[in-house]
Design a protein around this ligand. Structure first.
Ligand code: MN
Length: 499
């Protein structure tokens, strides 16, 4: 059930005014809430912290949260009134993600029993607003979750936030390996890597492909044999790609590449990577199958040097750990513009993650058409119909802009002559408005696509990162979308350089 061994802290705010009995009750109730939430099967463990009653205690717990590597965020709740000037010092230094749970211990007003003792203890309705005021005044990013703490909708929102803060924590040391540079002359996949490290934690390193080739040459026949056994037992391998088939040599080479890449990444704690079909030198072929399978194991990937998308794929995969649906690198491939059936075919020349596959993938070998290398092995499959999101981060010169488009995956027709894994989707609200908005926003042709996640995850992530987010969904109109971009232009002129 847990997505990692990391934890979030539960901090209850109060003050000394109420006396020992009330404060004892505050602590007991908060402990019961933490226990209840932990029993609800949330993605991270919640750790109860002693009630904070003064500026010093608030400051201390914030400093502790910052320095504790296991703490990836804090949930705050005011059981009683906690005068919010006391929170200024702590919130000023806090740099772990913040969630404000606006709830109360009791579900219903005890109509027959309610008295001033009850009101002395149960003050969330006004206490949380006083606290919320200072968070807002300090322009501190927070997720506010309102409702009864035992209810599924409240717990679902906390669960989303937890998955996001766990992914945010994962990206504090997001090391991205680029084999080769960005593809020559391509604009949208490039960007300010220094700013990306400041804002998002991405550390982007360049590796000459020769460094990887050295690893490929060191792979043993036994390692290749073991990798091939995994392929043969996991996928539907076409006869030509099976042992003895004419294309088996390409599968053997793919296995060699995969063993080498896994070792290369593990030794360097690399979490995402990019390749470039223009920079292969002594590589036998573009590592398609390896990229697909590494993505399925949680690595981020971006084609043609697209390090921003590689990082986002990684982050979205960490958010989605254990959820149904899959997450993959995608590219807007080509359109169907038939009246009444306008949709976008999604694919890439090789690298689509099998986590989105509808059925057992087929392993086959075909020529690539560009790059002038040997025919690469790849997994072929379709994506099951259903709702998903496509997301990207672009560098628009003075800031990073994140864009999320809700999409509806539908069935494609068979394409017997196009050997790529794919998805076929209608960007919401429809292809014309969806693509128009995306293009106006400067969105990439590459995306991180997920059927496991919803827009809420991206919203929480952008909030924590402090970057712009534009939504394209069923309610999008071009007129409003343009206006939002104009307003954001002014907002980020004033607010961009905060870290
Ligand atoms: Mn591409």
């Amino acid at each position: 059930m847990k997505v990692s061994s990391k934890e979030v802290w539960f901090v209850t705010g109060s003050q000394d005014l109420y006396g020992e009995d009330t404060l004892r009750q505050v602590a007991e109730d908060a402990k019961k809430m933490v226990e209840g939430l932990n029993q609800a099967g949330l993605p991270l463990e919640i750790v109860w912290k002693p009630t904070v009653r003064s500026s010093q205690e608030i400051y201390n717990v914030c400093v502790e949260a910052n320095s504790n590597a296991n703490c990836v965020g804090i949930i705050t709740w005011m059981h009683t009134f906690s005068p919010a000037k006391m929170w200024i010092g702590g919130l000023k230094v806090l740099h772990k993600p913040l969630c404000h749970l606006h709830t109360q211990f009791n579900r219903e007003i005890p109509w027959g029993e309610i008295d001033m003792d009850f009101m002395n203890l149960n003050q969330s309705a006004h206490g949380d607003r006083e606290y919320g005021h200072i968070v807002s005044r300090m322009r501190k990013a927070t997720k506010v979750v309102v409702g009864y703490w035992q209810d599924a909708d409240v717990q679902a929102k906390i669960a989303v936030w937890m998955r996001v803060v766990n992914a945010w924590d994962d990206s504090r040391d997001m090391k991205i390996a680029r084999f080769g540079d960005n593809m020559n002359n391509v604009a949208v996949t490039d960007g300010d890597k220094v700013e990306a490290e400041l804002k998002l934690g991405y550390h982007v390193d360049y590796y000459p492909i020769g460094d990887l080739v050295a690893y490929v040459k060191n792979v043993t026949d036994q390692q290749v044999k073991e990798m091939l056994a995994v392929y043969d037992s996991t996928y539907n391998v076409t006869p030509n790609a099976q042992e003895g088939g004419k294309d088996r040599v390409s599968v053997v080479e793919a296995a060699r590449q995969e063993v080498a890449m896994r070792r290369f990444f593990e030794e360097r704690n690399i979490k995402a990577f990019t390749t470039n079909f223009d920079a292969l030198h002594e590589m036998h072929q573009l590592p398609g199958l390896a990229s697909q399978r590494l993505m399925a194991d949680g690595y981020g990937f971006g084609g043609e040097g697209d390090w921003k998308t590689a990082a986002l794929v990684r982050t979205m995969k960490i958010m989605a750990l254990g959820l149904e649906g899959g997450t993959s690198f995608m590219e807007d491939y080509t359109y169907n513009m038939a009246p009444g059936n306008m949709a976008a075919l999604q694919a890439h020349m090789l690298e689509v993650c099998p986590s989105v596959a509808q059925d057992t993938p087929r392993l086959d070998v075909f020529p690539l058409g560009i790059g002038g290398k040997a025919d690469p092995a790849r997994l072929l499959f379709d994506t099951a119909p259903g709702d998903g999101i496509a997301s990207t981060i672009v560098d628009v010169g003075n800031r990073f802009r994140m864009i999320v488009n809700e999409v509806k995956v539908i069935d494609a027709k068979p394409m017997p002559k196009l050997p790529v894994a794919n998805a076929f989707w209608i960007p919401q609200p429809n292809l014309q408005v969806g693509a128009e908005a995306w293009i106006l926003a400067g969105g990439t042709h590459h995306t991180s696509f997920s059927k496991a996640l919803t827009t809420e995850y991206i919203e929480d992530y952008a909030e924590i990162a402090g970057i712009e987010l534009l939504y394209i969904d069923k309610d999008t109109t071009i007129r409003d979308f343009k206006q939002e971009m104009r307003v954001n232009e002014v907002y980020y002129l004033m607010n961009n350089f905060k870290y």
